[in-house]
Write a protein of this length. Structure first.
Lengths: 387, 292
């Protein structure tokens, strides 16, 4: 679960990580008020769940409250698409208004999980403000890492040794050292998968501050953090994905395909999506209904797929185990009845009660082709779309 | 420890909720020797008529000396169950539970260092050895057949998919191992490949990988330098978008090396026979065994 910058900065501030003064605004008037109280140059930043806001026009500088108001007016109520947002447009419902800082140097600092080393890692780079993936690719020597033993935490001596390589003034190094320890404490206590400060700025008066902040919390640990769950901003999610989430369905909308996919099991779902390439097309979604879905959940799954305007055909691939195929068939038929948009279907059914399921579907008004396996499904999809 | 090449068979089940109980019964049906169970609120009762239920793993160890632990405990408590079994010196621990926080798994990974326990999973279907009538996990017993092909996969459903195809073609399995879909797990592809290499009953290996991480590349490296037995592999997620979690917590494209195409190339370079789709695995294995 991703947090907005303003939410992340609240958390940083609670843990004494220095940030510039700032407040969140939902209207242009509010923005003007905050700007007036700051009494100087301000930065207005769109609060969306996407990186690369600057290049996309989501960050504006204002010299006075009137300009700040205008900037907020231009952003609020619109949506932002950045080079990092993967085609998705994120609505701007809030802006963060922050005092502008005089910067002498920008660094990059992050704590994340290193899945290869199977432990947390602290990443520090002198190339602050840049896209870190690019830095890692072009100048890997500019990226420094400390792997952390999760039972001990980041040893101060390791942090000191790393910082000594940067040739910073001691005063600055000490501040960064302290910030690293604080960030790790947040990372550990909130079960984060990422805390990224980019840039971590050194100001002209030799203060180290977090200019931007990105925090992602592990979805699987939310049960430990009910207060964090309240920070979830539904508007930043694809609305079909949100609906799926509330029905316990793992659904992801894809932006290039026209084959809706309904599968049980994540691995099988990926294999099913891949087979659409053999049909010369692409999947419109990932959907795992899970191993023990009820009739109602399958019905919801059908409705979510069918309401996607990109979908021209639906590929169903179910392996009956705890989930019985006949239960799934009833769910599909109910979904169709309530939705009533005729979309042709190609169906692979195997396992528990698959013949009962086939009978139910044959007797429905749905346009269905039953096939033996995925390769045959690919051929059938090609035929049906060709018509 | 090589889980395939040993004679341990006394199994403890931890977590007898709805799914745990159901799956434990399927293990018994298959012939697995379940000696005890642990459930905090059912201590003193019996499971499946005669299997004693204890309140803690230590009590179960004292009375029934299990060698293998199978965990169905819900995610919020699963990490603690794994640690309890490690502390009790259980040789093999299989954790089926999905959704354990990553922060718990990095700590468990560190804690496991130097201990004798081998952890399989979490978020995995466990393992099954047809010939030994040993099923530790949730792989359906009805689809397997005893034979000489070893199957290893990150995905439960694709493990079943491969087994069904092999069995249909009359090709039996030496062992089927699901290592799990989480980014941090106890046993890797490389570990299981080593086990299959050492196992006399295994003649060929099926490996099913997916997007995310670099474990398939590590496997390719191992195959190239060490594994003498032929390997058929399939990688799913070729149509997955970047940065999205495809059901499994570990199935996320985070960089170039996480792509299906990169993994396929690495495996092909290592001399692995690639099945374009998992649905072609059976046929590929059949071809391979014919050539042999």
């Amino acid at each position: 679960m991703q947090l907005h910058e303003y939410q992340a900065k609240n958390i940083l501030s609670e843990h004494d990580v220095p940030i510039p003064f700032g407040q969140v605004a939902s209207s242009d008037l509010e923005c003007k008020k905050i700007s007036t109280s700051i009494n100087g140059k301000v930065v207005i930043k769109a609060q969306v769940h996407a990186g690369g806001r600057g290049k996309a026009g989501g960050i504006k500088v204002a010299d006075n409250p009137e300009e700040a108001k205008k900037a907020a007016q231009e952003m609020l109520g619109t949506s932002l698409k950045t080079f990092q947002s993967g085609g998705t447009e994120f609505p701007i419902n809030k802006v963060y208004v922050e005092e502008a800082s005089d910067i002498s140097k920008e660094l990059y600092l992050a704590v994340t999980m290193d899945f290869d080393e199977k432990c947390p890692v602290i990443i520090l780079s002198t190339e602050g403000g840049m896209n870190i993936e690019e830095v890692a690719e072009k100048t890997p020597d500019k990226i420094m890492k400390i792997h952390v033993n999760p039972l001990i935490g980041p040893s101060p001596y390791k942090v000191r040794n790393l910082l000594s390589l940067l040739n910073l003034e001691q005063k600055i190094s000490q501040q960064i050292s302290s910030i690293i320890q604080k960030l790790y404490r947040i990372f550990d206590s909130l079960d984060c998968t990422l805390i990224e400060i980019n840039p971590l700025a050194i100001t002209n008066d030799e203060k180290v501050i977090a200019l931007d902040a990105k925090i992602t919390i592990d979805d699987d640990s939310i049960f430990r953090h009910p207060d964090i769950e309240d920070l979830f901003d539904e508007t930043q999610m694809n609305q079909s994905e949100l609906k799926a989430l509330s029905n316990d369905l793992a659904y992801i909308k894809l932006h290039e395909g026209k084959v809706g996919c309904m599968v049980n099991g994540a691995g099988l779902a990926m294999a099913t999506m891949d087979i659409t390439m053999k049909a010369g097309t692409a999947p419109a979604n990932f959907l795992d209904v899970g191993g023990s879905a009820s009739e109602e959940r399958i019905e919801e799954a059908y409705k979510i797929i069918a309401s996607d305007n990109d979908v021209e055909i639906i590929l169903v691939n179910l392996f009956g185990g705890i989930l019985r195929c006949d239960v799934a068939a009833k769910g599909i038929i109910n979904g169709f009845k309530n939705h009533n948009k005729p979309i042709p279907m190609v169906v692979v059914l195997r396992g528990t009660n698959s013949s009962e399921a086939k009978l139910l579907l044959e007797n429905s008004e749905l346009d269905i082709s039953f096939v033996e396996d995925l390769p045959t499904a690919a051929i059938e999809i090609r035929n049906k779309l060709g018509k | 420890m090589n889980i395939i090449n040993q004679d341990l068979n006394k199994v403890l089940i931890q977590g007898l909720g709805r799914d745990g109980s159901f799956q434990a019964e399927r293990c018994i049906e298959f012939g697995t020797n379940i000696v005890s169970a642990v459930h905090p609120t059912k201590a003193g009762e019996k499971f499946n008529q005669n299997i004693p239920i204890f309140g803690s793993v230590f009590e179960a160890i004292k009375k029934t000396s299990p060698e293998i632990g199978l965990i169905f405990v819900p995610a919020p408590f699963a990490a603690d169950a794994i640690i309890e079994q490690i502390d009790a010196n259980i040789s093999i621990v299989v954790c089926v539970t999905e959704g354990i926080p990553v922060s718990d798994m990095v700590k468990i990974n560190e804690y496991l260092k130097g201990k004798k326990t081998r952890l399989i999973g979490p978020n995995c279907p466990g393992y099954l050895i047809p010939e030994k009538k040993l099923k530790v996990g949730i792989i359906p017993g009805s689809i397997v057949k005893s034979g000489n092909v070893g199957v290893v996969s990150r995905s439960g459903t694709l493990t079943y998919e491969a087994i069904v195809q092999l069995t249909k073609l009359g090709i039996g399995q030496s062992a089927c191992v699901g290592i799990g879909g989480d980014p941090i797990n106890g046993t890797s592809f490389v570990d299981v490949l080593n086990m299959f290499e050492e196992d006399k009953n295994t003649e060929a290996i099926v490996m099913i990988g997916e997007i995310g991480g670099t474990k398939e590349q590590e496997a390719a490296e191992r195959i190239k330098n060490y594994i003498s037995k032929p390997v058929v592999a399939s990688i799913v997620g070729q149509t997955a978008p970047e940065g999205r979690r495809m059901g499994h917590a570990g199935a996320v494209i985070t960089g170039k090396s996480a792509l299906a195409s990169e993994k396929i190339n690495a495996l092909r370079d290592a001399g692995v026979l690639i099945a374009d789709s998992p649905t072609e695995i059976g046929r590929k294995v059949q071809e391979l065994l014919k050539i042999k």
